[in-house]
Ligand binder design. Sequence first.
Ligand SMILES: NC(=O)c1ccc[n+]([C@@H]2O[C@H](COP(=O)([O-])OP(=O)(O)OC[C@H]3O[C@@H](n4cnc5c(N)ncnc54)[C@H](OP(=O)(O)O)[C@@H]3O)[C@@H](O)[C@H]2O)c1
Length: 267
Amino acid sequence: MEINIVGPGNMGRAIAARALTGGHSVCLVHPDADRGRAAAAELKQRFPDGETGSATAAQAADMTVLALLYNVTLEVAGSARAMLSGQVVVDICNPVDFATMDSRVTPADTSAAEQIQQVVGTDAKVVKAFNTTFAGLLTTGEGHGFPLDVLIAGDNSPAKAKVAELISSGAMRPLDVGPLRRARELEALGFLHISVQQPLGLNWHSHQDPPLTEPDGPVHPTLPSQPKARRSSGLATSLGHRCHRQATRRRRLPRCRQTARPPLRRS
Ligand SMILES: NC(=O)c1ccc[n+]([C@@H]2O[C@H](COP(=O)([O-])OP(=O)(O)OC[C@H]3O[C@@H](n4cnc5c(N)ncnc54)[C@H](OP(=O)(O)O)[C@@H]3O)[C@@H](O)[C@H]2O)c1
């Protein structure tokens, strides 16, 4: 696929790296031509065989990833509306109130992704993806030895299939969580994930690993069975492996105390 990545920042470069891993060609877009060129040159060094280019505005392509802050995403989506017509448009933003870090800036009855769909019109198919994965892990596509799960939501099945292809070819696992209105929950999840980083000391290395699989196969019939090593143990892993280790330690403590007790003497 030919993919525009608008915004060559942390997420834009990380998604571009996954796309190049998957054999897609990428065009890094920034209004300052030098910024786009510099990002493309950096990626070319890491992926010498990959097709990378740059531009000052979104080009004709199969897909455009808007790797921008929320307010800029809305602006760019509006100004590029004609070019985005017919494309899959990937929204990755977390519309967090960065002044307080205590809420989202979107009304409760919508999401950034739904707002973007309105702005670009129905000829472009918006898919929410990547907002629940952090850039540092996306660069390699894995966390703690496991391929990343990338949660996607959208109303158009062929568009979601293209985004799923981008994700799978980049050595990650796509999980379709439903229609575009599920972006409300994805954005809430993204916000929650961001907000627990400092209090739980996760250092932006945690990732969602939803407890969607059981030892004997998938919980949901549409999900693929997972290899043994991929099975997660529930809530703790959904907040990151470091939390999981803390939770495990807490659960194990009473058992340790039991084994430390002296054995009962028979009289
Ligand atoms: N970072 C994460 O781990 C993470 C995870 C999930 C989701 N997200 C979401 O991903 C989005 C991007 O985050 P980020 O961390 O990648 O931010 P970032 O590093 O600041 O990248 C944003 C990029 O957009 C560029 N930009 C600004 N205006 C532009 C325009 N009109 N056209 C093209 N490019 C423009 C910026 O360039 P300048 O530097 O010149 O302004 C910068 O390179 C945000 O919505 C965030 O909520 C981030």
